[in-house]
Write a protein that binds this ligand. Structure first.
Ligand code: B12
Ligand code: SF4
Length: 505
């Protein structure tokens, strides 16, 4: 790309160390295809503080900025948007991404510094809107009315959302514009990860997508389209090969809603990427019903090194409420089949604090945690994200507390379950990890990872915090070391790097 300023800058505000944003890379391609120059900028406050962002805006002066907003980053997004409004009041800001897709019209209310919002997949919508805006005249209503997912304010003052877009032929919207992502920074981080004593696998933020959509309808999930759409297996293999050859990537993650929903497709895909000699993780989206020994064998042969399973709860009553497609009693059978195939690293993803959860459900889950033959667990506290079915149900039944999305965080308890108050959920959160890691083999693994002193101190501080305040930085128990190490490494190493926000090629 030349040195001329981009017409559109796609930004993504994050609290955590930067990733490589797949959604923005897809949008990069669609804008380029419409002849629009584009850049991607990750807004991580400790890499790009607000004053530096203001300097950058003054230098680049993009006429259009696109913001990808995650619900847990609404507050941060607002702060960055405010800077834009102060420095470039005439630039147009479009918001999109998971939060906007869920919150739709209300996103423009609490992210009031933005001008337009697009919900859902935006490969077709964003170039349409940007082309219209870059004409230099007021946007025509007739054109706006045809832009999929666009949030519009009607004459009545109410907001309306145009029908969402679900492109059928996924190959036709790709490939993602990988060259817009900062692989140099990513690979540097990966190197430092090793030096700072944690696994490079934890830095697995490079995502590739094979499938969009999932036939299931779990009530905590923002799965908008129950009809899956697939990239061809050739397309996926080409992307993997390109990332390996051109960018030196050695491992990636699949970012699919449900990678194994169609067993035949999954088998064909694994067969196709087998010869590419790449490592990959299945950290999201595996259909527990399709995971038999044969399929998992094929996954492992194709380079899969870590399998995450959406176990969520040990209570069938709760799994039914979540509309999960499996039951707790199926878990040991599934895990046995996975082990039989030779899988060495399995993580169980658990959810705590689901609306309606009772102490009995928690005890059932603790009992499952003490039996499950997995290597690690990852406990998520339920968060009532906008747009997910259970949030809508709670709102309809007037059971949704008055939540301010500017303050919502998945790292602390957002609400009680109706039976279990927030403070007790904090204790159960610790109890889940304690139940799992108190088994000698698991404890040994944890000590190898974190160290005895650190584990003891953090557990004591968290328990005290939970008891006294009823809410705390729970997930930091397992994350803070990683982030602190990255920050330290970054500050020490950054001198030789050019300005993190300088886009010069
Ligand atoms: C892979 C994935 C991740 C990866 C993200 C890797 C990355 N850097 O891209 C990891 C594992 C890191 C991750 C983490 C989390 N995730 Co996640 N994740 C997913 C998953 C399964 C796929 C995302 C993806 O890549 N999709 C494919 C791309 C093409 O889509 P996309 O990025 O959404 O982009 C499209 C649109 O959103 C839109 N768009 C995107 N940006 C913009 C910008 C503009 C201006 C416009 C107009 C449009 C637009 O157009 C894009 C192209 O179609 C989704 C489920 C889903 N189906 O989306 C959940 C999902 C997005 N994650 C979710 C959550 C909750 C989280 C976590 C908070 C989980 C946690 N408890 O820790 C964290 C937060 C991370 C953060 N940054 O703060 C929720 C989001 C809810 C919300 N309202 O924010 C989802 C929807 C799952 C769910 N619960 O239903 N996640
Ligand atoms: S199986 Fe996964 S992607 Fe599908 S609806 Fe359930 S949580 Fe969402």
């Amino acid at each position: 790309m030349g040195k001329s300023p981009a017409k559109v800058v796609l930004c993504v505000p994050y609290e955590y160390p930067p990733g490589l944003d797949l959604g923005l890379a897809y949008l990069g391609t669609s804008l380029r295809r419409a002849g629009i120059e584009v850049k991607i900028l990750e807004l991580v406050p400790w890499l790009l503080p607000f004053d530096k962002f203001a300097e950058w805006l003054n230098r680049e002066r993009p006429p259009v900025l696109g913001f990808k907003v995650w619900t847990n980053a609404v507050r941060l997004a607002r702060s960055y948007l405010k800077v834009i409004r102060e420095v470039l009041p005439k630039s147009v800001v479009i918001i999109g991404g998971p939060h906007v897709t869920g919150a739709r019209a209300s996103a423009l209310e609490h992210l009031e510094f933005a001008d337009y919002a697009i919900a859902g997949e935006a490969e077709r919508a964003l170039p349409m809107l940007v082309s219209e805006l870059l004409r230099g005249r007021p946007a025509r209503k007739s054109v706006l009315a045809k832009i999929p997912g666009l949030v519009l304010q009607g004459r009545d003052g109410n907001f309306h959302v145009n029908t969402l877009d679900f492109p059928e032929d996924l190959d036709s919207i790709g490939p993602p514009a990988w060259d817009l992502l900062d692989f140099e920074q990513y690979l540097e981080m990966e190197q430092r990860a090793g030096k700072n004593g944690f696994s490079t696998a934890e830095l697995n933020w490079l995502h590739i997508q094979a499938v969009r959509g999932c036939p299931n309808h779990c009530t905590y999930c923002m799965n908008l389209n129950q009809k899956p759409r697939w990239h061809s297996t050739e397309f996926v293999a080409r992307q993997v090969e390109l990332l390996k050859q051109k960018y030196g990537i050695r491992r990636f993650c699949f970012a699919d809603d449900n990678l194994t929903a169609d067993r035949n497709y999954a088998m064909a895909l694994f067969d196709k990427i087998k010869s590419l000699d790449m490592k990959w993780d299945a950290s999201v989206g595996l259909d527990l019903r399709t995971l038999d020994t044969e399929l998992v064998k094929s996954m492992l042969e194709s380079g899969c090194t870590r399998i995450s399973l959406g176990v969520e709860s040990g209570s069938d009553r709760l799994l039914k409420r979540m509309a999960r497609p499996h039951r707790a009693r199926d878990m040991s059978k599934t895990i046995k089949a996975i082990r039989r195939a030779g899988a060495g690293d399995i993580t169980a993803l658990m959810m705590l604090g689901f609306p309606g959860e009772t102490d009995r459900d928690v005890l059932d889950t603790i009992s499952l945690l003490r039996q499950m033959d997995v290597d690690d667990i990852w406990v998520n506290l339920f968060t009532p994200y906008p747009g997910i079915p259970i949030t809508r149900k709670l709102a309809l039944n007037h059971k949704l507390p008055n939540l301010d999305y500017r303050n919502l965080s998945h790292e602390s308890v957002s609400m009680g379950t109706g039976h279990i108050p927030g403070w007790r959920l904090e204790l159960y959160y610790i109890a889940y990890y304690a139940a799992f890691y108190s088994r000698p083999s698991r404890l040994f693994k944890l000590i190898q990872k974190q160290g005895v002193f650190e584990i003891t101190m953090k557990s004591a501080v968290l328990a005290a915090h939970a008891l006294v305040f009823g809410k705390g930085p729970t997930r930091d128990l397992f994350r803070s070391k990683r982030i602190a190490a990255l920050r330290k490494g970054y500050n020490n190493n950054n001198k030789r790097r050019r300005n993190a926000v300088d886009f010069d090629d």
